[in-house]
Design a protein around this ligand. Sequence first.
Ligand code: GDP
Ligand code: MG
Length: 748
Amino acid sequence: MRKTVALLGNPNTGKSSLFNALCGMSARVGNYPGITVEKKVGVLQGANEQIDIVDLPGTYSLAARSADEAVTIDVLCGLQPGESKPDAVVVIADATNLERNLYLLSQVVEVGLPTLLVLNMWDRAVSENHEIKVEELAGRLGIPVLVTTASQKKGVVEVRQAIESLLATPVLPSNLARSTFPQSFLEAAAELQSDLAKQNVQVPLLEVDRMLIDKDGHFQKKFAKQNVGDLERTLRATRDKLAEQGCKIPLFETKFRYAWVRTVLDGINTRPAANTVSSSDKVDRWLTHRWVGMFAFLFLMFSVFQAITILAAWPMDWIETTQGALQGFVEQVVAPGAMRSLINDGIIAGIGAVLIFLPQIIILFFFIAVLEDCGYMARAAFVVDKLMTSIGLSGKSFLPLMSSFACAVPGIMATRTIENTRDRMVTILIAPLMSCSARLPVYVLMVTAFVPADVRYLGGWVTLQGIVLFAMNSVGALVAIPVAFLLRKFVFAGQQGSFLLELHSYKWPSLTVLYQRVWERASAFVTRAGTLIFCTAILVWAAGYFPASHEKLDAAQTQWEALTASQQKILPPDGEEPSEANQAAIDDYQAKIDAQAEIINAEKAELINNSYLAMVGKTIEPVVKPLGWDWKIGVATLASFPAREVIIATLGTIYSLGSGEDESSEGLMEKMRSERWPDGRPVYSIATALSVMVFFALCAQCVSTLMIIQREMNSWKWAAFSFVYMTTLAYIGAWVTYAVTNWLGWAA
Ligand code: GDP
Ligand code: MG
């Protein structure tokens, strides 16, 4: 039989880092059947055998409150369906915060499994001058204790060896905090246990304890379902009796366990003197200040978007040039016709239009990763906690919401750390309003094309483009405030969750972490462009190309190319003046080329106006007209139902199909600028651009997000609700934006 070892500890102690270091590439991530808690299993290659390692969700205590914590304790006790009880436990503790971490250890050892304690974050403990006598600690606890710096893979080999020897010769922990509990409690628990045994239900002591201590808790609910008489009444009576004897439930547990922890640590854990103020503390006095901290947060975010507009210009140009060159190459090797159009107008114009935004994605996630890894984001969560409390949420919702700025899917999964169910539901519902990386390209396209680049303030350091970009990225978050407030007040009314957070000292961001985060986002972006967007671009191309016959266009195109080639041949070498006769011949060719170009332009416009795409577009045009959009923007928006970035690919394809010969090498932005209504007015203005951006800021056009909402809230109803409420908000928002900007005269 293969053995299993469970990895367990407080949140953020480096469990996953240690898990990855131990198991390497063998890790598999899935869900526990029937619930949405993540299951991570890997294989540890031991000297003689393979050992399964399970990375359990982090928890501060075995008194399970959230779904994640319930799984942790169920797996530990062998009660999780389909999972065998682990053969040993590794408890990971943060060496800089031993007191709180040993609280969990004191509960875990009572499960009665061979246990190994790992003090992680050893690098931090050393640099912060914690002195821990490890051997003495091991002696007092009666279990092996090791130290690691998991993020640098230090001490991992020793952990592997310790796990192997623990499995070979299991030693059970003997120093139990429970033995210091009041006699009255120990007797009551024993009595309850034998009571249950008489009804043929064998319950281990740890579970009896939890049933007694956690009112209406996980174990009470679990055993109330079994046939054990009126369990609730028995428990209530026992608790009342204990209270009379001076043993207050649940408070006594914390008191006795912390007393035990203090005895264990007495004299072997000298913490740095509390009154030395580190430079980190000095900085924090400002960065966590109520108003200054808020201002600093907004200022940092604002600077990030400024940096994006300034830094990304150059690589964008480069990608655009490459794209043009690629299309030119295809024109040389593929004859005019459906194949060339599919490659150039469908694939290259569609995907290229999206890929051009890769530099922005990389820059944004680089900055966010720096802020996160140096420890700043935890401060931001702390500052925002007060704001969150006023709309009915807590700082716990901040990190999931912050990661929704990358993508709502991991953001919504991260809400699993929120114990308060109502907080969690509201956070899930507002997460898709945070401006994700799929919206960034839409904003950047509109901002770069229609907001003047030369308007700068403060000596050139602040650009108008950057201001608009920041504003667009904030719209969703601002709208989320009243939405959360209303949901919390009327739909998910009830008590608020609380928020507890430790702030570690600031540190230099690790290059590996930065690289991983940026790589993860960038490759997700490219993968989407290569799969989902690729497919829709082809569908949109086909809808824009068919059903009309392209014979006339292809003939004109072939003619145009032949004429251009002939003209090329008679051009004099560079720097030489053509002779008079020569010049006449060149002019003659030019006139013919111009005539063909005119035919091509007229034909292309005609073809796209008679395509399937136009049929759909013209049907929905009345609906989108109040937003200042024409049918092309309308269908592009419709086509981007599966993912927001698709709008760019669709516009790229539509305008490439419809653009004339003389402008075919221009980028998407130029083409958008020259787009006209039938009466000759430009289609795009600042007003239109803003209305499109506001629509995309608020709409729910992302199938993955709707699917994850369905999964996490376990109801199609809420997924449908999200779609309806966000689309409504988006339409109204875009309409108001267009109406107001039009009134201001920006539609010209
Ligand atoms: P988990 O929540 O317990 O799974 O923790 P993670 O493995 O996700 O780690 C949380 C954070 O702590 C990450 O930013 C890690 O890079 C960092 N970390 C993990 N181990 C160490 C360590 O030994 N020293 C330091 N300084 N940081 C660590
Ligand atoms: Mg983890």
